[in-house]
Design a protein around this ligand. Sequence first.
Ligand SMILES: Cc1ncc(COP(=O)(O)O)c(C=O)c1O
Length: 393
Amino acid sequence: MFTTNFIDNKTATKLAVKYDTPLYVYSKEKLIESAQTMLSIPVPFGLTVRFAMKANPNPDVLKIFHSQGVMIDASSGYEAENAIRAGYKPEDILLTSQQIPRNLRLLVERGVQYNATSLHQLKWYGELFGGTEFNNVSVRINPGVGSGFSNKTNVGGPTSSFGIWHEYIPKANEIADDYDLKIVRLHTHIGAGTDPEVWQEVAKISLSLVNHFKDVVILNLGGGFKIARIDSEKQANMQEIGKMLADEISNFSNESGRKLHLELEPGTFLAANAGVLLARVEDIVDTGPDGYTFIKLNTGMNDILRPTLYGAQHPIALITEEKNTGEYVVVGHNCESGDLLTTDPGDPESIRTITLPIPKIQDIVVIGGVGAYCASMAAHGYNSYPSAKEIVI
Ligand SMILES: Cc1ncc(COP(=O)(O)O)c(C=O)c1O
């Protein structure tokens, strides 16, 4: 059921006792492994991999990626500052934010690179830096197509507010001319858990959009690489995608004479399967012979929100000697019926049972695939529960 379980029962039990639960455990080895897979994509004119740190801003995780030569995609000024605190140089950071940071001037003057995600942002940047030594800028374009594992993670196409709509590229160029800005990077990111075929299609569209920008030397294709957390999910084939990228960038160079440096900025791919959440069975309740049996955990949507938000699937295992199994709904400890860890895929409203060994109160539970968008994106503070601790092993 787990596609990646890096932690054996003995270690999990030891850690749960030592640090108490709920506890996020991240694997240094798995983080390095995924970073190396990305970094080894053989493109002709250079590759920068940026970690979309919104997926997991844990300073120890950032330090590990830093040690591998993975740079940063920051989604707010605060993230940029946290990356710097974790040891990144400002120039290692590309800032792509929905809100202009109040200290944008300071960040850019220190070296942070800026990616304008709207015409307003581009003008704002022009007001601050047009005609100065900081006049190199990047633009995020909505290429007209999007795809995510859920509608909530689709950030491309006409229903998405992210990026400059592709038909407004001439306006972006006008703004750049008016303010004496140089657009050196074209950026697209169309969603998380993107269909791999759509991802490849959009990579080609993005490449063709470069033709509209005379100074672009870097193509950033965002993240969105699909990973499998449970057996039935399909993972993006990075070798196939890498080959396609290498071929397309070479062809583009042959046709246009332009040698583009490639940037990719995955969050999920780099971190999701490098994390497990250890919790304990807090209670077991049922709703009679025709109802359900619920395993209530000492964690929930205040630590892990993805099932509640998206109907996302996370593998769940119980550490026990028990051989007999039953059908259980796994729920969190918050006063909210939506605090549910077992839903049908993509349907957070639904309730699903999974087969588990017959549990006892206080048994340890291992929840997989939680290295990305879990600790960073939970309903922290709900019911005033403290957030789960995080360690790297
Ligand atoms: C601009 C940008 N780049 C990269 C990512 C990473 O996406 P993923 O975690 O799906 O790889 C995101 C996530 O939403 C993003 O907004």
